[in-house]
Design a binder for this molecule. Sequence first.
Ligand SMILES: Nc1nc2c(ncn2[C@@H]2O[C@H](COP(=O)(O)OP(=O)(O)OP(=O)(O)O)[C@@H](O)[C@H]2O)c(=O)[nH]1
Length: 350
Amino acid sequence: MLKFWFKEFPQYPADHIDYWRTRLIAHALLITTCYFLILTVINIVTFNDHHLALLDGVGLLVSLGIFVWFRGTGKVDSASWALTILVTALILLFVVTAGGYSHSLFWASLIPPFAFFLIGRTWGTVISVCAFVVCAVLVFLQVEAQQSVTFNTGSLLNVIEVCIAHILLFRFYERTRSSAYQQLAIRNAEIIKMAEIDKLTGLFNRDKLDTVLAECMQSLTDDSALSVMIIDIDHFKSINDQYGHLEGDRVLSALAVQLKQVIRDSDIIARWGGEEFVVVCANTPLGEAMELAQRLRKGIAKHATAKKSLTISIGVAENCVGDSAESLLDRADNALYRAKREGRNQVFTA
Ligand SMILES: Nc1nc2c(ncn2[C@@H]2O[C@H](COP(=O)(O)OP(=O)(O)OP(=O)(O)O)[C@@H](O)[C@H]2O)c(=O)[nH]1
């Protein structure tokens, strides 16, 4: 509906908890703006009532102002409040002006769905109760004045009962809606995490590394450098063979923790495969990356004991003109191969 006028906000994708609120706000504000425009014109042209036309004109400007401001800022909470107050004030103004006659009270039943959806259960209840109290007072005045054929005491009771049922039902509806969205948001975050994170080490997995590295390379400028290193545990198979796979897993997790402690906050680390890790060093020329690699290698090797030794080999490469993520990793892999061939526990560059 009204696709032409509706601005999609990238910060509120379709699975965001506020997505439907943004749509309701934009559409409702557009409708109230048109509504006030029509009333202003009718009051001037048909009824020649300039006072009412002025009131409608103010409504038109307020509504349009909130619409334009919301399109510009995308502030959902403030816009929700502004729209709820606007709609509630509009309906109550009409109901009070009509003295509750001509079934004008029916308009008040629109307030709870708006208020609950836009400002939540607590404030939705407050606004709805206030609006229904105004309606009940109007009916009461009609009954007292004994001039109405529209309502009697029985009608008043009916109105109050329906109002209470409305509030309870909309509270329930809003609770189920918001909790369903919250659960969906939690599940989505979990799914995204599972798709990006390596379960054993808690580091980024290979897929995520590919994405991050491609982004880093895209944002490279002529004078910025980027280096990558591939880290491989030496003779890891023998650790598995000697101590079992579970111990091998523990070594992998512990190594991930150690590596994370040494690399800088700006570096990105991922588990690339079985016992291989990749570190992406943004804004880092080859020389600095080699120093970091040596620090990593020495840091791991110094924990070696006579019984258990753990060493790593590292291949380092710096981005060159025309490199792709694949070619850059390929060169680091070749360097790693040389480090292995030259006796392991070494750092080599491409
Ligand atoms: N425990 C454990 N072992 C793994 C995992 N992924 C791969 N491996 C093991 O890692 C070992 C890698 O062996 P190789 O490729 O021969 O390498 P290496 O023994 O480290 O020898 P070099 O790399 O040449 O020094 C294999 O035995 C795999 O089974 C894992 O998640 N957990």
